[in-house]
Structures are given as C-alpha cells and as structure tokens.
Design a binder for this molecule. Structure first.
Ligand SMILES: Cc1cc2nc3c(=O)[nH]c(=O)nc-3n(C[C@H](O)[C@H](O)[C@H](O)COP(=O)(O)OP(=O)(O)OC[C@H]3O[C@@H](n4cnc5c(N)ncnc54)[C@H](O)[C@@H]3O)c2cc1C
Length: 355
C-alpha cells in the first residue's frame, strides 16, 4: 500500500529578530512551517534592548509595555509564568514645565521584561533557528523561491518559500523596492522618528521623589530609574530619553554633547552628575503614525511585512502584527502539518531563560 504523501514543510525566512519577527516565526513554527530567523545584531530583541557592562545594566530602548488586547494579555501572562516578564509599579509622575508633578491619568498596568527588557524576546527565540550577525542586504527571487544576500556571507544557498521582513519601515524599504511596488510604497510612506538615549550610572541611589517621569518639555521626554524595575540588581542607573523633535534636530550632534544637554536637563529635575554615562541614538525609534493594516502580505510572491510601524509603535503592536501575519500565512498556504488555531496562543516548551 502507498504511504500517504507528506510534503516537506514550507520554509519561511524571517528577517528581524525583534518581538514582531519572533512572534511571527514562533507562530509559524507552531503551525508546521519551517522557519529561519535572521538578524543583523549579535543578539535578539531589537528595540527591547538592554545594555550591560560589569555590575551595571540599563534598558535603553522600550521602557515598559502595556497589554490591552486579550491576545497580548494572554501572551504576557505566559511570559509572567515563565518568569521573563513582570509588572512594574514605579513611583511615576508627569512633570510639568513649571516644575509641578502630577499623577498620570487612569490605572495602567506596565510590564517589563525580567530580569531585563530583552528577556521575553530571548524566551521566544529559544526554540527557533537563529542566524545572528547576518545582515540581509538584498532579496533574490528565482523560480524555486527566495534567496538572501547577506553582508557577512554573500548569497546564502538556502531557498525559501517566503520571506517576512520584520524591521522598521526605512530598513525594509531597500529590500522591497525590486520586488513589490505596493509593499515598497507602504514602507516608504512610514516616517519613523529618532530618539537619543542617555544611560547614567551613580554610586548611590538618587534622592528623587519619583522613579519614572514623563517630562515632555525641554529636551527630555522620559526619565526612569532602571533598578526600580523588578529583577534588576547592581549599580544605580537612570535612563534619559530625549523628545523626538529634539532628537531629530540634534541627530548629527556628537554623543558627548547630547549627553551633556540631556544630563543638564536631568539636573534641573534634581538629578545629580553621574559617575559615568553612555548613549544610544535610535534612528528609527517610533513611527509618526500607525497604519490601517496590521501586516502586509503579497501572496503570489510570498513576501510579507510586520512590525510595530504597522501597529501603533509599541511592543504590543509589534507582537500583534507578527502574530496576525503568521495566522494569515498559515491560512493562505497550509503547510504539510496540521494547523492549530493561532488565536488561542502558541504553547512554548519550558526552556531556560538565556540572559
Ligand atoms: C527609545 C525607545 C523607547 C520605546 N519605548 C517604548 C515603550 O515604553 N513601550 C512600548 O510598548 N514600546 C516602546 N518602544 C517601541 C518598541 O521598542 C517597539 O515597538 C518594538 O520593540 C518593535 O519591535 P519590532 O520587532 O517591530 O522591531 P525591532 O525591535 O526594531 O526589531 C527589528 C530587528 O530587525 C533587525 N534588522 C533590521 N534590518 C535588518 C537587516 N537588513 N538584516 C537583518 N536584520 C535586520 C534589527 O537588528 C532588529 O533586531 C520604544 C522604542 C524605542 C527605540
């Protein structure tokens, strides 16, 4: 008797191991697809980033995330259960230009990765085939499928049935231009604002009446005491984020001049001069506006887009975008494996947290 025919699972390349790419890749893998995840950086998590050195650490991209949709609330509950996320309840205020402090409106639950912001991404990535330090510079489409041109290794031999670009729109644009006018114009229409960040270390805890504050006047937008977040140990550290207009206007400033300006503004809020500081300029920190689409997919060529820029510029939006794209791909092109209902979440093996 003939054996039932089982085709090889289809293979998707996911470019970008931020939370959108990992959400998409893990859901596709669970739906029976073969996935390979690529990232230019040496680690996963993208803008859910933490800088570390010796006894010191600081989240310098996303500061916290909210969970408003039922699907993301369920995901965050799984992260909490796995010990890679926790509620953060800082002494938080809005600082007005006249120096007065106000309580933020409404009760909002704020979550952070634990013990660092990148922990949920690392957890999601732990079951996925990862290719780090691999910058995709071009996509090539042949009769058999897609191939990836990389900065480090040239043209990769592997041929993929589809490609997902899970990165900020301006980074996706050059990869799209030769292949899809519709997807390229979607990415081209998305403006993303920069953000300068300063991470400041102190020998002693600062005696400030808040642990986090929305500033939104002068050069500063936000300040936070990193070690007020759950699971953080080590040296006192404060994160300062500049406003997007200020960051845009000072993109070409040298880092030490930026640090001086932001630390001066922090001093006016009561912050002391730090022992040491470092900076980061996020070129594509946040989209200027969201899109109507949650994701984009071109079925004929099997090329897709997901990421926060399609969905509100938040961790939740990025995760939802990746998950929705995976559900769409799985529904549009069934793999050789049975398909679960992705709306009810993807189980994860209990794996050690990589820190
Ligand atoms: C300063 C700052 C503050 C923020 N604050 C908050 C906050 O408080 N709350 C909140 O919810 N969100 C916040 N965000 C936004 C949040 O970080 C993002 O919405 C979310 O992390 C985006 O995830 P993503 O997967 O879409 O993109 P990313 O995290 O940017 O991931 C994209 C990945 O693609 C990789 N990549 C890009 N191009 C290539 C290429 N050619 N080849 C290979 N790899 C490539 C990058 O290395 C990166 O790892 C903040 C962001 C910043 C920068």
């Amino acid at each position: 008797m003939d054996k039932p025919h089982m085709a090889a699972p289809r293979h998707i390349a996911v470019v970008g191991a931020g939370i959108a790419g990992l959400s998409c890749a893990s859901a596709l893998q669970h739906a029976g697809w073969q996935v390979s995840v690529f990232d230019a950086a040496g680690t996963v998590a993208g803008r859910m980033a933490t800088r570390r050195a010796g006894d010191w650490q600081c989240d310098h991209g996303a500061q916290y995330f909210t969970a408003r949709s039922a699907a993301f609330r369920a995901e965050v509950a799984r992260w909490q259960l796995a010990g890679v996320a926790a509620l953060w309840t800082p002494r938080l205020c809005l600082l007005a230009a006249d120096g007065s402090a106000h309580a933020p409106a409404g009760p909002v639950e704020r979550f952070v990765g634990m013990p660092r912001m990148n922990a949920p991404a690392r957890w999601l990535a732990s079951g996925l085939p990862l290719h780090l330090q691999t910058t995709i510079t071009a996509l090539q489409r042949g009769v058999a499928g897609w191939q990836l041109q990389t900065r480090q290794l040239g043209l990769l031999e592997a041929v993929y049935d589809g490609v997902v670009l899970a990165m900020p729109a301006p980074q996706a644009l050059p990869l799209l231009q030769a292949h899809s006018r519709r997807l390229a114009s979607l990415a081209a229409a998305s403006v993303m604002h920069p953000c300068w960040a300063v991470m400041a270390r102190y020998a002693q805890p600062l005696a400030l009446p808040f642990e986090a504050a929305f500033v939104n006047h002068g050069p500063l937008r936000w300040v936070a005491r990193n070690n007020s977040k759950p699971g953080r140990h080590g040296q006192e550290s404060w994160l300062l984020h500049a406003q997007s207009d200020w960051s845009e206007a000072h993109l070409d400033w040298p880092a030490d001049q930026v640090a001086k300006a932001l630390l001066h503004a922090f001093a006016q809020l009561g912050g002391a001069a730090p022992l040491a500081w470092s900076t980061q300029c996020w070129q594509h920190a946040a989209p200027a506006a969201g899109h109507d689409e949650l994701f984009a997919w071109h079925e004929r060529s099997r090329l897709g887009l997901c990421g926060d820029w399609l969905q509100a510029g938040t961790v939740e939006g990025a995760w939802l975008s990746g998950r929705a794209l995976a559900a769409h791909i799985a529904a549009a092109s069934p793999s050789s494996m049975p398909k679960p209902d992705l709306a009810h979440g993807v189980p994860h093996p209990v794996l050690p947290v990589l820190v």
